[in-house]
Design a protein around this ligand. Sequence first.
Ligand code: LLP
Length: 424
Amino acid sequence: FPLLTTPAGTIRHAEAVPLTQLAAQFGTPTYVYSKAALVAAYQAYASALAGKRATIHYAMKTNSNLSLLRLFGELGAGFDIVSGGELQRVIAAGCKTDKVVFSGVGKTADEMRLALQHGIKCFNLESVSELDRLNAVAASMGKIAPISVRVNPDVDAKTHPYISTGLKENKFGVAFEDALPLYRKAAALPNIQVIGIDCHIGSQLTEISPYLDALDKVLDLVAALRAENIVLHHLDLGGGLGIRYQDETPPAASELISAILQRLEVRGFGDLELAFEPGRSLVGNAGILLTKVEYLKHNSAKNFAVVDAAMNDLMRPAMYEAFHDMVAVQPRNGGSSGSAGNPQSYDIVGPVCESGDWLGRNREFDLAEGDLIAILSAGAYGMTMASNYNTRGRAAEVLVDGEQVTLIRRRETVEDLLRAEQEI
Ligand code: LLP
């Protein structure tokens, strides 16, 4: 975890800043991100693709804080969006819209209009009806919409079923056998320009082989299209590269990319421009959720540490039974995992009124009330999936750069939550 350091004794730091200081300054729960870790994750992709015709579109659903968008934009990234709201974030962050690709099965006419107004790079289409709607919207604006078809290659991404997207039974993409007819239709429509093909087979992938299986199938389509004089300019392989939460050993971005480049060469498609839509692998391990132990509670079956973060702040454990490692910010007795003194097995739970409101189970900790815990690997699908359940304002977010700390989202207040109801 590149963002966590312990330069001074056993107090953990985010880069050069003690987490105790961040908790004192901003309160808890607070998301903390490391700029160095974000930049390093992005550079891993960028350097593997250096000298190639390739674009990186950050899948901003993963973490759409304006400061992170601005940072990735400055590093040269485009964005993968899934709503008009996300496009408005790109604009609000001052980033370019001409490197935006628009994914998602349910694009509304209004969202299409907004995207056409702002001249996005590509609509990643997922159905015939969507193609018809886009053609009509573009015609009404006197514009030509650039499109790619999201093909469902029906490969097993070998990941959690909730985040696997490239199987036949998933709602995503166009079935492999329906793709050619859809491209033929698209090529004949007056307000559509076919420019690419895309697929995204799932998330938290820890193996390269499903990517290569999907690539092979997509390349078969590219070849079939070429034979019909439908020439594609880019191939977008989506996102999906996994990170280490516990003991996973996902390939590095460079390994994945070199395997893909090699397969493209072998198959004679070395000239095709590439696109990627990474999300989790850019931000997941660049963020932690800092939380405080409110109460320790013991019953005959369990020890509970009730912390001030909850499922509404970090939904992944409740939703997917996802594992997030946790460490004590000030481990007792010098133990690095916080378990050298009087360790006990705790369930780390939040204050929300649901049994599903747990963040970790059976974790060894030597805890006292008031202790700080850092929940790791929380940069991806943490804050963006947060809700206001139990009328809890969403957490603050801070970005650390060496010794410098910037509040990039203030903690949400109850006034924020009530405003929309009181306005009417
Ligand atoms: N492109 C498309 C079309 C996607 O649907 C996704 C993620 C990505 C790119 C980025 O994938 P990544 O590189 O992050 O794996 N909430 C779940 C993950 C949902 C992923 C949805 N699609 C979680 O917390 O694990």
